[in-house]
Design a protein around this ligand. Sequence first.
Ligand SMILES: C[S@@+](CC[C@H](N)C(=O)[O-])C[C@H]1O[C@@H](n2cnc3c(N)ncnc32)[C@H](O)[C@@H]1O
Length: 300
Amino acid sequence: MNSDVGTDARKDDTGAGPDTSRYVDYLVANRDFAAPAVSAAVAAIPLPEPDRALRILDAGTGGGGALPELLAVARRSGGTVLAVDADARAIEAARDRVDGAPAPDLDLRVADLRDVAGEAATAERGFDLIWSSDVVWPATFEDPAAIVRALAGALAPGGVLALFTTNYYQSMFLPGHSRLERLVRTASELTWGLPVDGPTHYERLGAWMRGAGLADVALRVLPLAAPSSEPAARTFLEQIAWPEMRHAAASHGRAAGMDDADLARAEALLDPDSAQWVGSDPDAYVVQPTILWTGRAVTA
Ligand SMILES: C[S@@+](CC[C@H](N)C(=O)[O-])C[C@H]1O[C@@H](n2cnc3c(N)ncnc32)[C@H](O)[C@@H]1O
């Protein structure tokens, strides 16, 4: 699950599409829950020559979840951060994340990452680090491999591309109901019009990086885990994950293979007004196995 705002997103043609009406709520809730993993991910990036002033791009910054960490990395070297998003609401949320204070080393603007990458590719010097989190996937870009090639082409020699994903579709949001959760996940994938496999499948970030000519392509799993009562987890589950699953089951559950009993059980678990609501389970928890992919532009 992701956001398709401001992009060349594929549209679902089998019925109702994803519900993106709570886009900013999604950005903020996801950002706050993912914060520990994002922080660990930025710390794990093998940075190029940390003694030079680094030029950093946050491509599709959303709510600016990684901005504090990226700014800290830039400032250690006297460098700069350019954070872009195609959606002005995201840029406002990102500005809040860094307290709205103007900073000479932060350029926060509405822009298409493809234009920014294209300009950097022909500039005198590309970016030393490009961070992009939950942006490059087939619901947003028809040819995600081409976007990764464009980002790789925007790197300075020795620069690093870091693609992070919260790995929504391998997460545990309904522990104790794994069969139902797998069916609802399939329904959600149908809602987003995602390919079931093949070269544009969303789990091919590493393949796209290797195909873009990057060296030392590597992955790291940075798990998030919390009881569903933990405040950031609770907000994310209640406002984003559980409603998204409920919408997916209702709109594409049948196509995903759910029968009447499955649909009724999913509705009972995901309806806050139901006596069986998962939010009332004191032992419920959430796990997200987030992934950081990194790759380095070969030095000219
Ligand atoms: C799922 S959100 C992720 C936001 C943030 N990186 C995070 O991890 O929380 C995807 C973001 O990418 C932005 N986006 C999509 N296509 C874009 C494009 N072509 N150029 C710039 N931003 C884009 C969307 O507007 C959205 O804010």
